[in-house]
Ligand binder design. Structure first.
Ligand SMILES: Nc1ncnc2c1ncn2[C@@H]1O[C@H](COP(=O)(O)OP(=O)(O)O)[C@@H](O)[C@H]1O
Ligand SMILES: [Mg+2]
Length: 308
């Protein structure tokens, strides 16, 4: 696999404080890499260093083989990024915005403009004023802006912030498509695990400036014990039954809702067990785990302290 970007022991010290601590990871062609961490973990700071908005204290970033330190101009040519909200002129049309942006760069043809508009699905609305766009459409216009020069690497800092579920889904689909069809390497940051699971191939978790874990999404999901909520007819009986069950799991009962911590493959076994005892099950639903829960699992496993 070809690395499009390599972080090599990247650190950032601000006023004597280590904000980012020796980050190293690669992102490959055609891959969506999720940069996951709670607010204040250091995602934006890392991204700002990658795109040259902030100096690197220690280490280096290599993009398509070019060092951001010794060959900055050529390294950043390969990058398209939305770090804060995309800068858009609301009273101009989407097209005028793009055109304006294209003029600031060299060699962007009319054909490329059209192609990019198509790519982000704005063809029908591109001549409408941006102020009439939904937030999701504005995000896509921002995406179009940073795709104009055909970057090999796309970086989006919390691209779904503030979007409604439909907007989130849109952005997710476009991001996946850019990786799959255009072969781009994509880095997306987020503080929401559930979102990352749907969008990314791999996830790197950053906590207090340190990379605490990198995994493929599949391993991530399979590794973790889920919590399933069972809705039953008789919670009191289920409590008795489960107390005598030999399986090794934890559960909590509130009236007729039972939450059980289980790996997915154990669910049928528990369902069968309860049904055999003539319990009526109305529904079984996975309960979304919070990032905090997942963090606890990972960091406990790796022996990293969470607090202090
Ligand atoms: N210019 C700065 N001066 C001092 N501290 C900063 C500066 N920029 C960021 N930080 C600190 O660095 C940490 C990481 O911030 P940030 O990268 O914005 O996190 P995230 O994007 O993951 O929410 C925070 O504790 C923040 O307060
Ligand atoms: Mg941030």
């Amino acid at each position: 696999m070809n690395s499009v970007i390599q972080l090599k022991g990247v650190s950032k010290v601000i006023k004597g404080k280590k904000i980012i601590d020796s980050l190293s990871f690669d992102v490959y062609e055609g891959e969506v890499f999720g940069f996951l961490g709670p607010n204040g973990a250091g995602k934006t700071t890392t991204i700002r260093m990658i795109v040259g908005l902030m100096r690197i204290t220690e280490g280096d970033v290599v993009i398509s083989g070019k060092s951001i330190k010794s060959d900055f101009e050529n390294a950043v040519k390969e990058v398209g990024a939305i770090v804060e909200n995309p800068e858009l002129y609301k009273f101009m049309s989407g097209y005028q915005n793009l055109k304006h942006f294209a003029r600031m760069q060299k060699g962007i043809s009319e054909a490329r403009l059209k192609e990019v508009i198509e790519l982000v699905g704005l063809t029908d609305r591109i001549h409408d004023k941006v102020k009439t766009y939904s937030l999701g459409m504005r995000q896509r216009l921002g995406l179009a802006q940073c795709l104009l020069h055909k970057p090999k690497l796309l970086i989006l800092d919390e691209p779904t912030n503030g979007l409604d579920p439909a907007g989130i889904r849109e952005i997710r689909d476009y991001i996946r498509r850019l990786a799959q069809e255009e072969g781009m390497a994509v880095i997306v940051s987020s503080h929401l695990l559930s979102e990352m699971e749907m969008m990314c191939d791999r996830i790197g978790i950053i906590q207090k400036g340190k990379l605490v874990d990198i995994q493929t999404v599949r391993d991530f999901v399979e590794d973790s014990e889920q919590i399933y909520q069972f809705e039953v007819n008789d919670g009191v009986r289920v409590e008795e039954i489960l107390s005598s069950y030999t399986g090794d799991f934890q559960f909590e009962i509130k009236e007729n809702q039972i939450q059980i911590g289980l790996p997915k493959e154990k669910v049928p076994e528990v369902v069968k067990f309860l049904v055999e005892k003539e319990i009526e099950i109305y529904s079984v639903m996975p309960v979304a785990k919070t990032l905090e829960d997942r963090f606890l699992e990972i960091t406990n496993k790796e022996g990293v302290a969470i607090h202090g």
